[in-house]
Design a protein around this ligand. Structure first.
Ligand code: A3P
Length: 285
């Protein structure tokens, strides 16, 4: 990736930008026909909304509820990664994996494999206020060699606003999930809620997926899933990328990055797309 030209690091598939190295067109094509199961434990999140946090929590919940060993105890991003990171052969091997499978994606719901909605698979969706999401994304694109380095914060901000970033527009994702807010198989949590109420959230997520946990198991998972605990653990698995994936873990870091004009521009965009929506109400910041 280090030797790749910046402009080659992203390409377009079905109208959205994707990282060339991680998400080949073959992967995305194969994903269209991925066979979901009714009992899959599916996580969907726009980039930087808390995917790595929640995929870790879901693996811990499944391990605790089923008694099987944690498939990804170190929460390594490559295993089991997002579906679109798997090449076609690896996607096929998931057909033989025991239930429940923990799977995830950054792809928006209109581009999901159809089988997830046909099978009524339960889907956990994590969202985060757009200002912190943009700041987190800016640091991530600069720290991750497979993604292009932003020319400047101002340039990244305008790309984020116009949706010219990997996996597309935050606002289009949000509007697409808004359509599913009354779907009983979709549970939406926000990063901000998770920060304030982690143990309640662990309990609610476990019961959404019909995983029954003791109070002690919930507390253990909660303690292992704080930012501090996950950052410490990530040194084992992410090596030099640890600080890129587990950067600050705070609510409100946007205040250190946004100009007043940018804050107003984001507020106007939020108003235009999400005012009066159910998801928008959860994302107030
Ligand atoms: P920051 O860049 O603001 O620190 P994703 O996993 O979707 O890429 O999201 C990454 C963001 O989630 C980063 O935000 C990261 O620090 C934060 N994060 C990861 N684990 C977390 C945890 N256990 N608690 C709070 N935030 C966490």
């Amino acid at each position: 990736a280090k030797h790749m030209k910046e402009e080659d690091k992203l390409y377009r598939y079905n109208g959205l930008l994707y990282p060339t190295i991680m998400c080949s067109p073959e992967n995305l094509k194969e994903l269209e026909t991925f066979e979901a199961r009714e009992d899959d434990i599916m996580l969907a999140a726009y980039p930087k909304c808390g995917f790595n946090w929640m995929i870790g929590v879901l693996h811990k919940i499944v391990a605790a509820a089923t008694g099987r060993s944690n498939e990804n105890p170190n929460n390594h991003p490559k295993f089991p990664p997002m579906l679109e990171f798997l090449d076609p052969a690896k996607q096929k091997t998931l057909a033989a994996a025991p239930s429940p499978r923990v799977v995830g994606t950054h792809v928006p719901p209109q581009n999901f494999p159809k089988s997830f909605f046909e099978k009524k698979t339960k889907i956990l969706v994590v969202f985060r206020n757009p200002k912190d999401t943009a700041v987190s994304f800016f640091h991530f694109t600069n720290g991750n060699p497979v993604l292009p380095t932003a020319e400047s914060w101002d340039k990244f901000f305008s790309d984020f606003i116009s949706g010219e970033v990997p996996w597309g527009s935050y606002f289009d994702h949000a509007l697409a999930w808004e359509e599913h807010m009354d779907n009983p198989n979709v549970m939406v949590v926000t990063y901000e809620y998770l920060k304030e109420n982690l143990s309640e959230a662990v309990q609610q997520i476990a019961s959404f997926f019909n995983c029954s946990l003791s109070e002690e198991q919930i507390q253990t998972i909660t303690q292992e899933s704080t930012f501090k605990a996950m950052k410490e653990n990530s040194k084992n698995s992410h090596g030099p990328m640890s600080n890129v994936f587990f950067r600050k873990g705070e609510v409100g870091d946007w205040k250190n990055q946004f100009s007043d004009a940018q804050s107003q521009e984001m507020d106007a965009k939020f108003e235009q797309f999400l005012a009066g929506t159910k998801l928008g109400a959860q994302l107030q910041y």
